[in-house]
Write a protein that binds this ligand. Structure first.
Ligand code: NDP
Length: 282
């Protein structure tokens, strides 16, 4: 029977560790601080932003909220970012995506000071990952690695297939698995022999954004499956990219959706905030 990798339990452990680190910093008079910038009133973004503030409060990290109108200009947002870059007591800056159409997202993101890039999205930090230097890791890929490590699943020497090549999940998680000595294949919508690649893999990390895409006939007996997908169904339920019930008896370990990778993302954001505070103020 498969082991269920419980992201709720593991993320709670990480948040506890973060809280302890925040208290240690506070004892030295340093309060780690995250600035969250939201532009407009996208309901999903508002939920994500609220969750981030709540997580900060629970971990003893100060959070600042900046809510700009959906009509804001690029220049207004840029000047807010520049002000936050200059603000000494702000350790991390997070711009909630997506941004309204009139704003050039790449331009805004690249204005963030890399030392405050707690999302790990900037070319400076992704480039560091590519060349094996320390930097901020993007939160979801870092969370996947923590899930594997804390479940004592070794990646070294394993055949790892990453489904998806986005800049926030697929590419960075592939680089992380490579750093951990897996033999990595990245598949995408143009991949010709996908079924064959899936059946060969010891570890499948699915980040395609298609509900129940991976079936039991696709996976090798005993494979480890990490499901990043979050797909809202018509009945309101959440499904991953993996058909959980179908593959369950075939795999050795699997993350559920919800309750697998999802809770790890915010936990790793909190961890990055503490890291930023330590690096900037030590
Ligand atoms: P993107 O839409 O940016 O990327 C999807 C990737 O899947 C693309 O590389 C695409 O290929 C590939 N793909 C799509 N269809 C197929 C197919 N039929 N066969 C093979 N590859 C395919 O998504 P994200 O990476 O942003 O997110 C992926 C999923 O993870 C989503 O469900 C998202 O909601 C979820 N997510 C969850 C997070 C969490 O905290 N748990 C955080 C971030 C995302 P191509 O490049 O060729 O188009």
């Amino acid at each position: 029977m498969a082991k269920i990798i419980d992201g709720k339990v593991i993320s709670a452990q990480i948040r506890k560790e973060v809280k302890h680190e925040a208290e240690t910093l506070a004892a030295r008079g340093i309060r780690a601080c995250l600035a969250v910038v939201q532009v407009g009133d996208d309901p999903a973004s508002s939920v994500y932003v609220r969750n981030k503030h709540r997580a900060c409060a629970a971990c003893g990290i100060k959070s600042l909220e900046f809510h700009l109108s959906g009509n804001s200009s690029q220049e207004e947002l840029l000047s807010k970012i520049r002000a936050l870059n200059a603000q000494e007591d702000v350790d991390g800056i997070l711009v909630q995506l997506p941004l309204p159409k009139q704003i050039d997202t790449d331009r805004i993101m690249s204005a963030i000071d890399p030392a405050k890039d707690v999302d790990g999205f900037l070319p400076e930090n992704l480039g560091r990952l590519v060349i094996g230097q320390e930097g901020f890791l993007p939160c979801t890929p870092a969370g996947i690695l923590e899930l594997l490590k804390r479940s004592r699943i070794s990646v070294d020497g394993k055949d790892c297939l990453v489904l998806g090549r986005s800049n926030i999940v697929g590419k960075p998680v592939a680089l992380l698995m490579l750093r951990e000595h897996a033999t990595v294949t990245i598949a995408h919508s143009h991949t010709a022999n996908l079924s064959e690649l899936m059946r060969r893999a010891d570890i499948i990390i699915a980040a395609v954004g298609r509900a129940d895409f991976v079936k039991s006939t696709d996976v090798k007996e005993g494979a480890v499956v990490i499901d990043v997908g979050i797909n809202r169904m018509e009945d309101g339920s959440l499904h991953g990219d993996v058909d959980f019930a179908d593959v369950f008896d075939r795999v050795s370990a699997i993350t559920p959706v919800p309750g697998g990778v999802g809770p790890m993302t915010i936990a790793m954001l909190m961890k990055n905030c503490i890291r930023a505070a330590c690096a900037r103020r030590n």
